[in-house]
Design a protein around this ligand. Sequence first.
Ligand code: ADP
Length: 432
Amino acid sequence: MTDEVSAANQADLERRLRELSFLERIVRVSASTLTHAALLRTIIDETIAATGTQVCSLYLWEESEKVFTLTATNGLAQWGVGQVKLGLGEGVTGWVGAQQKPLSIRDVRSEPRFTWVPNLDQEQFVSMLSVPIISRDRVVGVMNVQTTEDHDFSDEEIAFVSAIAGQLAGIIELSQLHERAARQLELERKAVASLTALNAGKSDLLSMLSHDFRGPLSIAKSYVHGLMSRLTGDEREACEEIDSELEILEKMVDNLMLSLQLEAQHALVLDLEELDLAELVRAQARRVERISAVHHVTIEVNAACEVRVDRSKIQAVLVNLLGNAIKYSPKGGAIRVRVDRQAEVVEVSVTDQGIGIDEREAASLFARYGRGDKALEHGIRGHGLGLFICKQIVEAHDGHIYARKVHGGSCFAFTLPLAETEKGRHQLTSER
Ligand code: ADP
């Protein structure tokens, strides 16, 4: 009795030892850089070596299709990998998956549950042991071992293969997760690469457009100016009309460029310099005044205002606000431009006597493609890009931009921080 117990203990110990050394090899392999397919291949090779069988096949459960798919085999025809699929309960594999228990078959030729798949080379095998691979109470696959000779799988062998399958569950799940993550990463890498290429394309387009549009525009403008100085009456008026249309076209091109630049770079690149904002406003206001005969532009400046800004971008803000003041006052009227130097900031405001705005939609006018109801009611054409760009530019300079309704029109204003040197000087002035 004692001898029997110690023999059983010895066999048990040997089995545990085989199991452990098998696992030790698999864990070592799975920790190496092998791919999912290579890992599965090693698992089945190690399994036939450890069990003394001739073939091992792994079917893994695919939740999306609700089938067990032949994922690795070292004895069946390789074409079947990824192709042979068995539903829950279908064939021996499906049966083991559904029942969640092992099935040992002495001779598959007389087993009604066995499914013969043409050209899969199953004919050469006689006996078969099929065990479920279960992870956290869920069947994640089925492992089959087969022999070419007639073989009766003992309880011990069934326990051994089941133990291997039990240990494999976690490794397979982890490896599948890893494979999925790698596939996802690859997809994202491709997406980033194509976006980068797209962005590079956009930047090229940007510089091409900026060159190709601006060039002819400025040539056309200088010809028109030259003609205008020599013409009188109706002909001069026609030239003025062309000039103001060119001015609109120029503003549209500038807005389009800035909007493309924003999309391609996600942020504006500023080329900062210190300048007198009042001077810049004066120059732009004079330029605008020339465009329209029915608008009267006045400029009020309370002091010189040194700011550190990107000249061309702040110019674009002024062109947009002044251009809008004209465009949205179709009947003409006064346009009042104020440069108001305060303690830390300077405020520039443009007030017109035009169609006005609805106070409730003031903030939404600065959104991309934002357009007001009144503009639509009056049938004034636009794209809702100018104020959006102004907001990006002003905020990139740490300033604010806003709109308010005023009696008989509207007021669009923005602030910019004064240059550091200016702030101190202003305080001294106000203390005196
Ligand atoms: P666009 O003029 O091309 O539509 P903007 O972004 O410059 O684009 O202006 C957005 C909207 O803000 C305009 O469609 C208009 O509804 C409103 N808006 C802008 N300026 C004025 C203004 N001076 N008076 C009235 N509404 C204005």
